[in-house]
Write a protein that binds this ligand. Sequence first.
Ligand code: P6P
Length: 337
Amino acid sequence: MPINRKIQTLDEFTIQQLRNFPHATGELSGLLRGIGLAAKRVNGEVNKAGLVDILGDAGVVNIQGEAVKKLDVFANDQFAGVLRHGISCAGIASEELDEILVFDDAISNNSKYVCLFDPLDGSSNIDVNIAVGTIFTVLPRITPKGTPVTAADFLQPGIKQIAAGYVIYGSSTILVYATRRGVNGFTLDPSIGEFTLSHPDIQCPPAGKIYAVNHGNCFQFQPGVQQYITACQQKDDTTGGPYTQRYTGSMVSDMHRNLIKGGIFMYPAIANRPEGKLRLLYECNPFAFITEIAGGKATDGKSRILEIQPTAIHQRTPFFAGSTLMMEELDKYIKAD
Ligand code: P6P
């Protein structure tokens, strides 16, 4: 019976990866399929978000008689739920939870991984129909299997990540994830309700002509960053300047564009946010991992993001990531500071 190889679903792809590595336990493949399931459930609600005012405001009951939760909370519950009831995750950290959530049952305590995620990044954009997203990452637990996980399992540098990815709930719904074997993107096909391989082996173009930054903060950036941004705006036949500025206010969209078209995304430190705005563990580390596997670079302006030793679950970091040649150009201006 021929298998339709033209349209490979996320489940088929992860199982194929498992077949290529017979010694694998299948826990990571199972975990990724769970994330795909939760993403489909979130997608359904995000797509209806504009109807909340018609179906009933958030905070009261919906037409099914259920309390309508904030979408962030709903998204968090979907990812936490599939991970808790799977066999691959011992606990989670989430932007929506002040503390880590330890699953602490016999099966979960014997799982190999912990997951960290921002369940619905950029959710304030929903009101104006700008794409929002989920960002996730998978770390190997370092405390003894069979015991409940602790904060130490989560406070690992980004180089320890096993897999990382994101979902964009936009003009189409795309799930992109990276392992050390590559970065692959899957577009949700509503006709079959499955994520299907649409962006195999994503490579971040080494050069780019798009820069993404919140220009409203420009006068607060360190001089080297300001000078780089000015250079992006200059005509320059060697670099192809002036560049185009694109900034959606949604990290997943801006970072996805970098991977597909090339470019640089910057969220530097600013006066009232000396550590930057973006979270290290579940926003910057996942995107740094994905960007590096795709051939790009990611730093905090001084050091490689993936080498930062975390000290707190919700700590923030300045973040610069994207095409290698643009990152090297930025680095020259910062070093000349
Ligand atoms: P600003 C969304 O709130 C977010 O966390 C990222 O998705 C986005 O890149 C950034 O903040 C936008 O922040 O301060 O420019 O509005």
